[in-house]
Design a binder for this molecule. Structure first.
Ligand SMILES: Nc1ncnc2c1ncn2[C@@H]1O[C@H](COP(=O)(O)OP(=O)(O)OP(=O)(O)O)[C@@H](O)[C@H]1O
Length: 264
C-alpha cells in the first residue's frame, strides 16, 4: 500500500477499464490520470458514455479497473469500502419507501452496529444539516422530490465519511430547486470540509460547485481537461453572471466541444 501524500483522497494513474460485451470490448475508461486532494469539490462532466459513472463506481469498488492503479485514502478501493471511507448518493433518491426518513438514514448505521443513542444523535444532526429537521417520521412519498434528494444526502452523510460520491443527484429536479440544493450543498461542503466527487451534465452546475472540473470524452472514455477553479470559496448564486465564472464555463464548453463527435 502506498500513500502518495497525506492529503491524497483519490489517486488514479493510467486507470483503464474495458468491459467485454457481446459487441466487443468497450473502453469505458482509458488512461485516466487524476489526483483528488482532501477538501476538493470535483465535478465530472461529459457526454453520455464518457465514463463518469464508471469512474465513481471504481472508487466505490462497484467495478474493478482492468489496467493502471487507483487508491482511495491511500488504500485499494476494496479496503476503502471495508473502512467505509465514503458515502454514495445515487441518481434517483433511492430511499426505501417502506421506511420513514429517519429509518432510511439509520440503515447504514444499523449495518455498522451503532448504538441506538448514537444513531439518534447522528440522524438529528444530518437532518439538520440538510434542513429536514422535523421530517424524520415522514415516509419518502410524503416529501417533494427535492426533499427526498436531501434525505438521501443525509443518509450518505450519516456515517460521516470524508468522501462523498454523488452521481447526478439533482439531475431530475427543476431549475429553481436545483439552484437551492446547489447552494445548500456548497454550504455543507464548506462547513464539513468533505471531499466531494460530483457527476453532472450541467456546465453552470459544474462551474458553480467545483474547485476542480474534470472534462471527459467518450469512445474511449478519457479525461480531456482538468480545470482548477479560480472562483472564491464563498459563492452566492449571482456569481454565475461574473466574467470569471463565464470564462471558466467557456473553457468547459470548449473542452466538451473538442471531445464531441457529431456523427451519431
Ligand atoms: N456493466 C457494463 N457492461 C458493459 N458496458 C458498460 C457497463 N457499464 C457501462 N458500460 C459502458 O461504458 C461506457 C461508460 O459508461 P458510463 O455509465 O460510465 O458513462 P457516463 O459518462 O456515466 O454516461 P451517462 O452520462 O449516460 O450516465 C458506456 O459506453 C457504457 O455503455
Amino acid at each position: 500500500m502506498s500513500m502518495t501524500s497525506n492529503s491524497s483522497v483519490v489517486s488514479a494513474k493510467d486507470l483503464c477499464l474495458t468491459f467485454e460485451t457481446n459487441d466487443g470490448p468497450v473502453n469505458a475508461l482509458s488512461n485516466v490520470n487524476l489526483e483528488i486532494t482532501k477538501g476538493d469539490f470535483v465535478s465530472f462532466i461529459g457526454p453520455s458514455g464518457c465514463g463518469k459513472t464508471t469512474f465513481l463506481r471504481v472508487i466505490a469498488d462497484l467495478e474493478r479497473n482492468t489496467g493502471g492503479t487507483i487508491t482511495v485514502n491511500g488504500m485499494t478501493p476494496e479496503e476503502a469500502r471495508r473502512a467505509r471511507a465514503y458515502g454514495y448518493v445515487f441518481q434517483a433518491a433511492a430511499l426505501y419507501p417502506w421506511r420513514t426518513i429517519e429509518k432510511n438514514i439509520a440503515l447504514p448505521l444499523e449495518i455498522m452496529g451503532y448504538s441506538a443513542a448514537e444513531m439518534q444523535k447522528r440522524i438529528a444532526e444530518t437532518l439538520e444539516l440538510v434542513n429536514l429537521s422535523g421530517f424524520g417520521k415522514k415516509f419518502p412519498w410524503q416529501l417533494s422530490g427535492g426533499m427526498q434528494q436531501r434525505a438521501s444526502i443525509a443518509r450518505a452523510l450519516a456515517f460521516d465519511a470524508d468522501l462523498l460520491l454523488m452521481d447526478e443527484p439533482f439531475g431530475a429536479l427543476d431549475e429553481i430547486v436545483r439552484d437551492h440544493l446547489n447552494e445548500q450543498l456548497l454550504k455543507l461542503w464548506a462547513r464539513t470540509e468533505k471531499t466531494i466527487c460530483f457527476v453532472t451534465h450541467s456546465i453552470p452546475e459544474a462551474v458553480y460547485l467545483s474547485t476542480k472540473i474534470v472534462v471527459m470524452s467518450p469512445r474511449p472514455g478519457r479525461v480531456t481537461d482538468v480545470i482548477d477553479s479560480t472562483l472564491p470559496k464563498e459563492r452566492p448564486l449571482d456569481i454565475r453572471e461574473t466574467p470569471e465564472f463565464l470564462a471558466i464555463a467557456h473553457r468547459v464548453r470548449e473542452g466538451l466541444r473538442a471531445g464531441h463527435s457529431y456523427d451519431e
